[in-house]
Structure formats: C-alpha cells, structure tokens
Design a protein around this ligand. Structure first.
Ligand code: NAG
Ligand code: NAG
Ligand code: NAG
Ligand code: NAG
Ligand code: NAG
Length: 391
C-alpha cells in the first residue's frame, strides 16, 4: 500500500468509508464447497486393483473417519469420496472408479505420489474440475490406475491435496511443482487470494455422526463459522512442505505439559487423530490411573479406564501465538463416540480417545482436533490461522 498524506489521505478515508462495504463485497470472492466427515464403509469399497481383477488383501470392514469432498471432472464424472488433505499437494481421482477423459481433458504425462501410508500413480491430465461452487477450467489432475497402501488410500476415490505451495515437486512427473486447486483458482481469476478456510463439523457424541455439514471456502474465510479474531501464525520454513507452525503452550486440565516455549505442530485433515508429542502422551497416561495405550487395525492411541467419562476428564488446552491465545478441546470432542467403537474395532471395556502419538516433539492436528478449531490457510503469505468455531 502506498502511504499518502494530508488531503489525499483524507480523500482516501472518505472514499474508503463510502465504498468499503461495496468494495469488500466485490473483492471477497469466496467460493464454497461442502465437506463431510464420514466413516467409509469398506464393504462398498472396490479398489481399482479389485476392479482390475487383481487379488488384494481385504480392507477392514470399516475405516477411520474421513473428511470428504465431491469432485466433478472427466467425462461428466462425479467422484464423491475425495479425501481433503492439507498434508499433500496434488489432486488425483480414480481410486474407486476409473477416470474417463472428457471433452476438456488433455493428457499431460504421468503422476506418482507416495504417502506415509500408501501410493497412487497413473496418467496425468489437465481438465475442468468443479468442487462445490469452485470451477477450475484447466487443473492438473492425476487419474489413478494404481493405488496401494492401507485403508486411507485404498478406500477413497481420490485425494485433494492442499499443502503449501511447492509441496508437490516431481509428483507430476517431469514438473518441478504444479499449481494446486487453490492456486489454479487464483490463476484463472476466480478468486483473488490463495487463501482457504476449513470448518469441520463435530461428531454427535451419541451417534458418532457429524452434527452438521463441514465447509471449505476458497478465496477467504467464512466469518459466520468462527467467533473472535483469527490468530495468524507464520509457518515454519524448515518444514515448508507442510502447514507447520509453533505451539506456545499445552496442558491437560491442571497438568501443564509445556511452559510457554516452542514446539512444532502441523495440521493434517487427511488423518483423523489428535497427535501429541510422545512425552506428553505418557504424562497424560500417568496422570489418569488405569489409562493405557492400545489399538486396533484402524486406530491406535490413549484409552482411559471405564470410570472416566466426558464429564470427569479435563479439556486439552492448546496455546497459540505470541499472546498464547488458548484453544480448548473438551473431553466430549477428544473422546471417541461409543457408537464408533465397533466400527473401529475397539472391543475392550475402556473409554477410548482420539489422542495418539503426534511424533517426536511434535503435535499433529488431525480431523478430530480441527473440529474444535476453525483453520485458515494463506498460501501467499505462508501463514496459518486459527479461531474458535461457532457452533
Ligand atoms: C456432459 O454433460 C453435458 C451437459 O449436461 C452434455 O451436454 C454433454 O453431452 C455430456 N458429455 C458427455 C461426454 O456425456
Ligand atoms: C497406468 O498408467 C501408467 C502411466 O500412464 C501406464 O504406464 C500404465 O500402463 C497404466 N497401467 C494400466 C494397468 O492401465
Ligand atoms: C519456532 O520455534 C523455533 C524454536 O524456538 C524457532 O527457531 C523458529 O523460528 C520458530 N518458528 C516460527 C515460524 O516462529
Ligand atoms: C478408575 O479406575 C482405575 C482403574 O480401574 C482406578 O485405578 C482409579 O482409581 C479409578 N478412579 C476413580 C476416580 O475411581
Ligand atoms: C466396565 O468396567 C466397569 C468398571 O470396572 C464396570 O462397572 C462395567 O460393568 C464394565 N462394563 C462392561 C460392559 O463390562
């Protein structure tokens, strides 16, 4: 912004005061897409290996919660179960049914991407892609003809990667890095800023189903989805491939696990858990007698004794930013709804939580943590923001 003085400044202020609402309304081009948190039923899962007649090890009967968006592309195809993932950087489809090139498709070599838990590859195209209200005329997408790995990759129709700019280098083979969906929207003038906001619906503690519909906004944030101001944090340059930032404080009820200091964290809505550093996991374990770390094929983490409930357990408190703004995650949000015990293969008489290991010295804000936070991502200024969700 150019600094001006005197009359010019006055004029500007007058003009701003008069036109600000209008300018804002015109500038804030925000496009919306709904996202749903659902438990994917593996009995309906037909991985492309299976379609190709190959034998694959049967996935578990039910799969962890996923945050899914619907993607329209190819030959008038709709891929309904595309995982929204802030932890990876390209868009691919075709995991459950084959992508068919349509009238806007142009072949662009091949793609290959490895995840911590799997792999997808196949031809790449540029094509028209529609997600909710957002349309990109020419988006680079992968059309998977091969996937492998665990449930996360095998049970979805594709992955919408929303990692920071530059995180997808080499994944479209022969290309350094390619614009992700948000960057393409900016390039084509559909939105002004490469910013997006994510609202994830909390789960009903009784039924385990999402209470409402989640939403991604492209081009800005949705002011109706949070209260107060967004706390913006710079992202860590040493971990530029992920939305990584510093946490200021962390506690479990009165147990202060971290004095104001800096430990790293990242958001990853492509996974369901609430990841805390190993040491803290053990400290929480020690603080609640009868707790244990246990797991099933679909889940691994902290479980409390059955005499502990959402009303006896304290909240997790995460402090962010220079002012150590506290974000509270009540036990009702970090405990796994009982209705999900059977689908997740949790069979012991315990009070299971979503809390699990986040890595050494690192927090991982997965889907269940993000349902207690509104999160915002600014790809241009490389910063990430959080606010208290309005429920
Ligand atoms: C796709 O849908 C449009 C509009 O409904 C239609 O005009 C077009 O023929 C369809 N294309 C194919 C390949 O089915
Ligand atoms: C999958 O796509 C790759 C890359 O385009 C190609 O080389 C391979 O032959 C394809 N495999 C099948 C089974 O279609
Ligand atoms: C995060 O904390 C580390 C360690 O104190 C510090 O070196 C780094 O600059 C911080 N990063 C940001 C983005 O503030
Ligand atoms: C809850 O159960 C655990 C394990 O059985 C026991 O160690 C603990 O003392 C009990 N806590 C309360 C508050 O009763
Ligand atoms: C679970 O354990 C608690 C406390 O030991 C006990 O009261 C309850 O009956 C048990 N429930 C089941 C289903 O075994």
């Amino acid at each position: 912004m150019v600094r001006s003085a005197g009359m010019l400044k006055l004029l500007c202020i007058t003009l701003l005061a008069t036109y600000l609402p209008l300018v804002f309304a015109e500038n804030a081009k925000i496009l919306r897409a709904t996202v749903e948190s659902t438990l994917v039923d593996a009995s309906t899962v037909a991985s492309i290996e299976k379609l190709a007649g190959k034998k694959v090890s049967a996935p578990n009967k039910n799969l962890p919660l996923k945050l899914l968006a619907s993607v329209e592309t190819g030959k008038n195809q709709t891929f309904t179960d595309v995982l929204v993932d802030t932890g990876s950087g390209i868009l691919w489809v075709g995991g459950q049914k084959r992508y068919k090139p349509g009238r806007f498709s142009k072949r662009l070599g091949d793609f290959a991407i490895s995840y911590a838990v799997g792999f997808a590859s196949g031809p790449a195209y540029t094509d028209r892609v529609k997600i909710g209200d957002a349309i990109v005329k020419s988006q680079i997408i992968g059309a998977a003809n091969h996937t492998e790995g665990n449930n996360i990759v095998l049970s979805v129709d594709g992955i919408l990667g929303l990692a920071p700019s530059g995180a997808n280098s080499g994944q479209i083979i022969g290309h350094e890095s390619t614009p992700n969906f948000v960057e393409s929207l900016v390039k084509e003038g559909s939105i002004d800023k490469p910013t997006f906001g994510i609202h994830i619906s909390p789960l009903n503690p009784k039924t385990g189903k999402a209470i409402s519909t989640g939403e991604i906004t492209f081009g800005g944030v949705d002011e109706d989805r949070f209260t107060g101001k967004i706390v913006w944090l710079p992202t860590n340059t040493l971990d530029s491939l992920r939305w990584a930032f510093n946490v200021t404080s962390f506690s479990f009820g009165t147990l202060k696990l971290m004095d104001p200091a800096a430990l790293t964290a990242r958001t990853d809505c492509g996974v369901s858990g609430i990841g805390v550093p190993f040491d803290f996991l053990y400290e929480i374990l020690a603080a609640v007698p009868g707790s244990t770390i246990t797991g099933s094929d679909d889940w691994f983490g902290l479980a409390f004794p059955p005499n502990q409930t959402a009303s006896t357990l304290p909240p997790l408190r995460l402090g962010l930013g220079e002012k150590n703004k506290i974000f509270e995650l009540p036990a009702s949000l970090y405990l796994i709804p009982k209705a999900l015990y059977a689908p997740l293969g949790l069979t012991k008489n315990l009070t299971y939580s979503w809390i699990g290991p986040g890595g050494s010295g690192s927090f991982m804000l997965g889907q269940q943590w993000l349902q207690g936070l509104y999160s915002a991502y600014d790809m241009e200024r490389r910063r990430i923001g959080f606010a208290l969700p309005k429920n």
